[in-house]
Design a protein around this ligand. Structure first.
Ligand SMILES: [Zn+2]
Length: 170
């Protein structure tokens, strides 16, 4: 069942899809494409994880999965706040206010972005990072990541700083 509604927080038309079996409502959001303004600016710090932020996390996960993405940052769905989600090997990670607190090594690999269709570029990034942030329960978390997961973290954190793969320098 598809119903088009507007939601104050998201402030745009979105599609609500009712999952009959689970009885929950998730939203597939519209992914913003370069050069939309919201992609080009630093996002705002999230002061508290409340109901709205939890819904945003869940909607972003659904949107990421439906777009076959490995990660999605809030500016990509038009919200200028420091939130991103990652989906890799059956693991879903939701982080607000992420900060890289340690790094190791370098690696160059081709990378794409849901906001820049049909484009990929070799991007040099840190091979490993330790990211600190807040989870959907509002708890402080620290995640050590290497390889692809570390790369996705850096890509999404770049989004929160208004930085895209087309203008990338490590
Ligand atoms: Zn991207």
């Amino acid at each position: 069942m598809h119903i088009v509604l507007t939601c104050d927080f998201i402030n745009k038309s979105i599609y609500f899809i009712k999952c009959e079996n689970e009885g929950v409502v998730v939203s597939i959001l519209d992914i913003k494409k370069y050069p939309e303004e919201v992609l080009l600016h630093k996002s705002e710090f999230v002061k508290e994880i409340k109901k709205q932020e939890k819904k945003l996390f869940d909607d972003m996960v659904e949107t990421m999965i439906s777009a076959n993405g490995l990660g999605l940052a809030a500016p990509q769905i038009g919200e200028s706040c420091q939130i991103f989600v990652v989906g890799l090997e059956d693991r879903i990670i939701k982080i607000a206010n992420p900060k890289i607190i340690d790094v190791i090594g370098r690696e160059t690999m081709p990378e794409g972005c849901l906001s820049i269709p049909d484009y990929s570029a070799d991007i040099e990034r840190f091979y490993g990072v330790v990211v600190q942030g807040v989870n959907e329960e509002g708890e402080l978390i620290k995640i050590e990541a290497k390889g692809l997961l570390a790369r996705i973290f850096q890509h999404e954190i770049d989004h929160l700083n208004g930085k895209l793969i087309i203008n990338h320098k490590i």
